[in-house]
Design a protein around this ligand. Structure first.
Ligand code: SF4
Length: 361
C-alpha cells in the first residue's frame, strides 16, 4: 500500500535502528501521546529494538479511553428514553460505565447502532423520522471536522431528530495540563500525526518553549515512529528542544485551513472532564449557540441533570493514561481485566494501551 508499505521496509528499519544506537544520550522516557502510536509500537515490537535505557510510555491520546465515565453514563441514560437511537463508533460499545455498557444495554432492548461515520447517523435520522438519533461525538481534532460537517448537513436538511452528544476533546490542552502538573517524568514526546494534520505542528510549540521538552510529530508506521525517536534523542543530545515534523507527507506547520474553518463555524471551546486527568479548562468543545438544537446536552439537559455521579471504579486506566503505570503493572491486567471482560476502557479500545499489551505482549 503506497505511503505505508515503504515505511515498513525492514532494511531501512535496521539501518535506522543502527543509527539510533549511535546517538549518545542518557536514559530517556518518551511518551507516545497517541493511542495509534501505542498500537503500532506494540504490533511491530519497536520497544525491543531501542537502545537500553530508552523507554516508550503511553499517554492520554486514546479518545475512547479518556472519555469520562460520567459522560458515558449520561449517554446511556439518554438511550433509556423511548424512540431514541444511540449511534456510536464500535470502540465505545463495550466500555464499562458505572453500571452497564452500551453492549449490555443493547442486549436488553436499547437501540444502539454501530456506525462508521457521523454521516451514517444523519442518514438514519433522515430515513427514520419517528426516531431521535443521538450521535456520540468522541475523538480529538482528527474527528471534529466530520462531526461539524454532519451537523451542517443535518441543519441544511432541517432534521429535527438528530443531535450530537459532544465529548470531543483537544489534545494541546490535555498536554498542557499533564505537563504542568509535573507528575510524570518525560524526556520527550511523540506527537500525534493525525491530530497535527488538522491543528498543524506549530500548535505544540508551547511544549519546548515552556517545558523544555523535545517533540516530534510522527506518523504510524515503524519508520515514522523510529524517525521520531531519533529526532527526540538528537534534540536531547544537543540540548535544543523544538517540535520536529517527521510526518511531512501529512502534516504542515500551519493548521489545515478548511478543517479549522468548519470546526470554528460549528463549535466553540468549553471545559471538559477527562478520565484520569479530571476537569481541564478549555479542553473540550460545545456547539455554537445557533446549532444548539443539535446539541444533545442542551436538548436533553433535564434527563442528564438527573444522572448520578459516577461510581468509583477499580480501574487503573487513569494512571496508565498519565504515564504513571504500565499496563502490565496494573494488578487487574490479564486477571480480572481482559478483552472479553474489560474493567476499563484501555482494555477495550483498539487504541488502548492495555489492549495493545494484552494482544502483542
Ligand atoms: Fe484499566 Fe484494565 Fe488496564 Fe487495569 S488492565 S488499567 S483496569 S484497562
Amino acid at each position: 500500500m503506497k505511503y505505508s508499505e515503504e515505511y515498513r521496509d525492514q532494511h531501512l528499519v535496521r539501518q535506522l535502528i543502527r543509527r539510533l544506537h549511535t546517538v549518545k544520550t542518557g536514559p530517556a522516557t518518551i511518551m507516545e501521546v497517541c493511542g495509534t502510536h501505542t498500537m503500532s509500537v506494540a504490533r511491530f515490537g519497536l520497544k525491543m529494538l531501542l537502545p537500553d535505557g530508552i523507554n516508550l510510555i503511553s499517554g492520554p491520546g486514546c479518545p475512547v479511553c479518556v472519555t469520562d465515565q460520567h459522560d458515558l453514563d449520561g449517554y446511556l441514560a439518554l438511550g433509556m428514553q423511548p424512540g431514541v437511537v444511540l449511534a456510536t463508533f464500535g470502540d465505545m460499545v463495550r466500555v464499562p460505565g458505572s453500571h452497564t455498557s452500551l453492549d449490555q444495554r443493547r442486549a436488553v432492548g436499547t437501540d444502539v447502532r454501530v456506525i462508521y461515520s457521523p454521516f451514517d447517523a444523519v442518514e438514519i435520522a433522515r430515513l427514520e423520522p419517528d426516531k431521535q438519533i443521538i450521535f456520540f461525538g468522541v475523538g480529538f481534532e482528527t474527528t471534529m471536522p466530520a462531526t461539524a460537517l454532519a451537523i451542517l448537513t443535518a441543519a441544511e436538511a432541517n432534521l429535527e431528530n438528530f443531535t450530537v452528544y459532544c465529548v470531543h476533546k483537544t489534545m494541546p490542552a490535555a498536554l498542557q495540563a499533564l505537563l504542568s502538573r509535573g507528575e510524570t517524568q518525560i524526556s520527550g514526546l511523540l506527537l500525534p500525526g493525525h491530530v497535527s494534520a488538522v491543528t498543524g505542528s506549530a500548535v505544540f510549540d508551547f511544549i519546548p518553549a515552556t517545558f523544555r521538552l523535545p517533540c516530534a510529530v510522527t506518523g504510524f508506521e515503524p519508520l515514522d515512529i523510529l524517525l521520531g525517536v531519533e529526532s527526540i534523542l538528537s534534540q536531547l543530545r544537543r540540548g535544543r528542544p523544538h517540535v520536529a515534523n517527521v510526518y511531512q507527507r501529512a502534516v504542515s506547520r500551519p493548521a489545515n485551513p478548511k478543517a479549522q474553518a468548519v470546526i470554528q463555524e460549528v463549535f466553540l471551546a468549553s471545559d471538559s472532564y477527562w478520565r484520569g486527568l479530571g476537569l481541564i479548562p478549555g479542553s473540550g468543545i460545545s456547539l455554537q449557540p445557533r446549532f444548539r438544537h443539535f446539541d444533545a446536552k442542551y436538548r436533553f439537559a433535564r434527563i442528564l441533570a438527573a444522572v448520578p455521579p459516577p461510581l468509583p471504579t477499580p480501574c487503573h486506566c487513569g494512571e496508565v493514561l498519565r504515564g504513571f503505570l504500565r499496563p502490565l503493572q496494573c494488578p487487574l491486567f490479564g486477571d480480572s481485566c481482559t478483552p472479553s471482560h474489560p474493567i476499563g476502557p484501555c482494555m477495550v479500545s483498539s487504541e488502548g494501551a492495555c489492549a495493545a499489551a494484552y494482544r502483542f505482549g
